[in-house]
Design a protein around this ligand. Structure first.
Ligand code: DUC
Ligand code: ZN
Ligand code: ZN
Ligand code: ZN
Length: 464
């Protein structure tokens, strides 16, 4: 099967021009003006933007967490991602403390294999670093194509590792050609504040926010950057929310250290006033109970500036949806509200509408932070993340002018509310190709579960 996409405005992280793209099989075979090649079918992209399939390197699908499972499976989550122009996601495998990485990987494979509709890869979350785990890192990198290792500096007793484990892991990951990523918040301080608020009878969602002040993220981001510097291990901080944390990375740049930074769409667009929109006792705020929590308007400004300054390389989602009935598990105690927020389907359109549409970022920057940088940082470039001859034909055809309204009534994520209910966005995903197949067209998904491929990733250098 060959397809010619004609006359679209092609946007990559560096280019912006009108041309045709010729796709044959799974890859892009030619790009050029008025390509003199016949194809089995032709898509007229005049007046549309054509950019690479989005990459969301931070999603939690079908994840056991806080006594329940995130509500999108690999099937529903990756399908919703395709509707929103994201063709590849990276999900997290969570080691169980006291058990091996291999066991965890087998468990995740059993849920994801044959179910995903879009392409996916795995990060390995190391929650218990010891001599046995150490011996498994090489196998993950060499045999499984898993080159990024996630750590948690919070969630003590379930996911958190201490600093001696962190140093040991960094040394081993550096040796094997991988990258250490981190949920950088100070778990001990958070646990102290959660216990204090509970003792005082302060139990509404607002106190989730007040238990994770900016300093908990700034401190851990600085500590992580220092340890990455000491071990010379490539490092990546996930879901950064605030000025204090970004300043820690800014400090690291003064010694010529590069720590990669990801923020998420919600931290750019939403702020902590949502936790008390209906008063300090209101439970509505549970929709945005995630860790770290939403921050202040000044932090949004810092993050947009960080994107333009090249300090923030990736805009992801931390997509971790829970049904409202699951959120209600914490009705009387904020610490029991499952942490997470749905956005896998909305990221590309929201970032376009609020970022490009409102003049905060350029089109090239948009593609860089939504597609290209994640592919480079995580060892998938140039197969993924760009439009080039030889790359996978993961292509989004986008109408920059069409307006529509986000709602749980029309989204495809398996969650019964939207964090963006009623938001009007300008710009809409029209057609999506994944490895040369049209997977989304005219608001329909044309592929079944199992269409998605597991993407083995390459070793990384920590430079992009
Ligand atoms: N934060 C969330 O909000 N959900 C999943 C895990 C995390 O760190
Ligand atoms: Zn075991
Ligand atoms: Zn996290
Ligand atoms: Zn996460």
């Amino acid at each position: 099967m060959s397809i010619k996409i004609k006359n679209g405005r092609i946007i990559t992280a560096t280019d912006d021009y009108i041309a045709d793209i010729f796709v044959d099989g799974e890859t892009i075979k030619a790009i050029g003006k008025d390509l003199p090649i016949d194809a089995d079918s032709t898509i007229d992209a005049s007046g549309k933007l054509v950019f690479p399939g989005g990459i969301d390197p931070h999603v939690h699908l079908d994840m056991p967490f806080m006594g329940t499972f995130s509500s999108d499976t690999h099937e529903t989550g990756t399908r919703a991602a395709l509707f929103g122009g994201t063709t590849t996601v990276i999900d997290f495998v969570l080691q169980k403390q006291g058990h091996s990485l291999k066991e965890a990987l087998a468990e995740w494979k059993s849920r994801a294999t044959g179910t995903a509709a879009g392409d996916y890869s795995f990060h390995m979350a190391v929650t218990d670093f010891n001599d046995n785990t150490k011996a498994e890192i090489q196998e993950m990198v060499e045999n499984e194509g898993i080159t990024s290792f996630k750590t948690f500096m919070a969630y003590k007793g379930a996911l958190m590792i201490d600093d001696s484990q962190m140093i040991g892991l960094m040394q081993e990951v550096k040796k094997q050609g991988g990258l250490v990523t981190v949920h950088a918040t100070n778990g001990d301080v958070i646990d102290f504040l959660v216990a204090k608020h509970k003792r005082e009878g302060k139990l509404s969602p607002l106190y989730h926010y007040l238990s994770q002040p900016e300093v908990t993220e700034a401190e851990a981001s600085g500590r992580f950057s220092d340890m990455a510097d000491y071990t010379d291990c490539p490092g990546y901080i996930v879901h950064m929310t605030c000025e204090g944390a970004l300043n820690a990375v800014r400090n690291a740049t003064r010694r010529n250290q590069k720590v990669f930074v990801e923020t998420c769409i919600q931290y750019l667009l939403l702020d902590a006033s949502l936790y008390e929109a209906g008063g300090s006792l209101d439970f509505e705020g549970a929709k945005w109970v995630m860790s770290p929590p939403l921050r202040q308007k000044k932090d949004q400004q810092t993050l947009w500036a960080g994107i333009n300054q090249g300090l923030v390389q990736v805009v992801a989602t931390d997509h971790c949806p829970f049904m409202w009935a699951q959120k209600l598990m914490g009705k009387d105690d904020f610490s029991k509200i499952p942490n997470g927020h749905p956005a896998i389907e909305n990221r590309m359109e929201l970032l376009f509408s609020e970022g490009v549409g409102k003049g905060k970022i350029t089109l090239n920057k948009y593609v860089e932070v939504a597609c290209t940088n994640a592919a480079k940082i995580f060892g998938m470039f140039p197969r993924k993340g760009t439009l080039a001859v030889g790359s996978d034909a993961d292509i989004v055809i986008f109408d920059p002018n069409e307006k529509h309204t986000l709602s749980a009534k029309t989204h495809h994520m398996n969650v019964d509310y939207s964090g963006y209910e009623g938001w009007e966005v300008t710009g809409k995903v029209k057609t999506v190709l994944l490895r040369g197949n049209v997977v989304i067209d005219a608001n329909k998904c044309l592929v079944e579960k199992g269409n998605g491929q597991f993407i083995k990733r390459n070793k990384v250098s920590g430079k992009i």
